[in-house]
Design a protein around this ligand. Sequence first.
Ligand code: PXP
Length: 263
Amino acid sequence: MSKMNLGVNIDHVAVLREARQVNDPDILQALYVACESGADQITIHLREDRRHIQDVDVKNIMAFSKLPVNLECAIDKKILEIVSKIKPHRATLVPEKREEVTTEGGLDIFSYEDETRYAIELLHDSIIPVSLFVDPSIAAMERSKELGAEMVELHTGLFANLFAMLHSNLPHSNHSVKEIEFPRYELSSRLEKALEDIKYAATHANKLGLEVAAGHGLNYHNVHEMMKIEEIIELNIGQSIIARSVFTGLSEAVKEMKKLTTR
Ligand code: PXP
């Protein structure tokens, strides 16, 4: 089986910092600790609204990271210009809506085909490999290939939500996912289908010559399901690692995730 790379998304350290608009916690300290504790890649998202990562963070992280940096960004002219200048090891194109709490779905490469192609070409002009954050469907894999991406990141949000609704207290909490408040047998069959979709999409993408990553909502309880899919060679994980670090420290949280994601 191929090696699994762990991309640690450190956006949430900046979320905490921006909540107070101070310089604490220090994003560069998070970078060092993640690098020293087993991360294979650092993932950050420069949002148009700059709600967490700031331009200066991207510059500093690029300058000081010992690991490759995967920079997530929206298809937006100004952001793409910044990314082209900064030249991260990879750019991942993601959808962005101002009112969303987090990235809610994959990039709609069918409705925004021309814009996506333009963004990929622009990034390629600056020799930046491109990944597309898309929903796990065969059609999305084929379109991603046609558009010229090197990689796809499969959106695992639906899988993660179904898993949590079935295997945790989520349905009884304030954060129950209303759209999938189904009986357990229904959740179970939908979860199976969501996993199958990820598996089929990964296999198909792999056959097309695309590299395959996955991410969103992955945590210490559900990540084993991704480990079974050998075509997936990278996982980008943020929320669960930073959440655990509140109790264990970031180093321990990254090490624990690395242990679960080692093949
Ligand atoms: N991958 C992409 C493309 C994302 O947008 C995000 C969320 O910022 C993640 C992975 C990480 O998701 P989570 O924070 O739920 O682990």
